[in-house]
Design a protein around this ligand. Structure first.
Ligand code: THU
Ligand code: ZN
Length: 191
């Protein structure tokens, strides 16, 4: 209908139309942020999980992650990453980064540990949500990258993530939910 309207009228009407289509509430009412109450719940959940998994098991996951980092194939970045994944049935799967000359084809450590679980039949035996915890070892001891968070989210609703350096010093213990809030997951798609 804009075709028949004079130009000044179009510029008056179109913003009004866009507002009507954009949202049914004032935009400020649509701001979404992590709920501080959920963060408190995550802390309680982590404390319970650390106790349930046990310090001995956590330390042995860290040792395995450090050992696995030594098998990393990372000639380009020279940034080895080693991962030990604890599955719900108690099995441990290992992974490390494996680089390619094309860079973007690189497998990340977390990704390869998750794939190791899948190819070993974890999904068949425990279902899609088979991850309980991951220990990740690399030079800076920081958390898994965004892509790896998405990959981990495919195989658990939440899990413990232990970040340590290449010597095995634990730098932080956190949860997937904390690192990846409001994630797009199989549940978002109705699976
Ligand atoms: N890397 C991982 O293996 N996991 C991550 O989540 C972060 C990055 C690897 C990819 C690459 O081989 C090297 O670390 C530097 O980015
Ligand atoms: Zn990654």
């Amino acid at each position: 209908f804009n075709f028949f309207l004079p130009i000044p009228l179009i510029s008056l009407i179109t913003p009004i139309c866009y507002n009507a289509i954009m949202a049914k509430k004032p935009l400020n009412d649509l701001i979404w942020l992590v709920n501080p109450k959920d963060l408190d719940l995550q802390k309680i959940w982590l404390e319970k999980e650390i106790k349930r998994i046990g310090e001995k098991q956590i330390q042995s996951l860290v040792k395995l992650a450090v050992k696995q980092s030594k098998l990393s194939y990372s000639p380009y970045s020279k940034y080895p990453v080693g991962v030990a994944l604890l599955a719900k049935r108690g099995k441990i799967y290992l992974g490390n980064n494996s680089e390619r000359a094309g860079y973007s084809e690189t497998d990340h450590g977390e990704e390869s540990a998750v794939t190791a679980g899948v190819v070993s039949g974890e999904v068949k035996k425990s279902g899609r949500r088979f991850i309980e915890a991951l220990a990740v070892s690399h030079k800076l001891g920081s958390s898994p990258c965004g892509r790896c968070r998405q990959i981990i989210a495919e195989h658990c609703d939440n899990c413990v993530i232990i970040n340590c350096d290449l010597k095995g010093e634990i730098k932080s213990i956190t949860s997937l939910k904390n690192l990846f809030p409001d994630a797009f997951t199989p549940t978002s798609m109705g699976f």
